[in-house]
Ligand binder design. Structure first.
Ligand code: SF4
Length: 123
């Protein structure tokens, strides 16, 4: 697996998925993991930011760049970070990449692969 780097070329990039219950929320988690595996940054706990956990908030504040992956335009993860006073540098909304939001978390493997490739191509 080749490494890809965030366009800022920093080694200290935090990736926060919304990890919601809808298909696109679950997909945000997969996308964050995928980008972590490709070396774009490190997946971090969005719920910890929402819960005002000090250690997690400090880690986020210490990142050079913050990437947020939201499933839909409600942008829950972005709101979590911004409510904690953390600047979001790149915001990805999966429904804007053509995924339809639904309550069914299962995706066809080919559709999943296609979306993950689209996310990867944003870097
Ligand atoms: S951004 Fe959309 S998918 Fe993600 S948690 Fe919020 S409502 Fe759910």
């Amino acid at each position: 697996m080749e490494n890809i780097q965030c366009s800022c070329e920093s080694d200290n990039v935090g990736i926060f998925p919304c990890a919601g219950a809808a298909n696109v929320g679950q997909l945000s988690n997969k996308a964050a993991l995928y980008l972590t595996r490709y070396g774009v940054g490190t997946m971090m706990c969005t719920a910890g930011i929402g819960a005002h956990q000090q250690g997690i908030t400090k880690s986020a504040q210490g990142c050079d760049r913050i990437i947020v992956i939201d499933g839909c335009q409600l942008a829950c993860a972005k709101d979590c970070l911004e409510h904690a006073g953390i600047q979001v540098h790149k915001h990805i909304v999966l429904t804007e990449l053509g995924v339809k939001k639904s309550k069914n978390p299962d995706m066809e493997p080919t559709e999943l692969k296609d979306i993950l490739e689209q996310v990867k191509a944003l870097f």
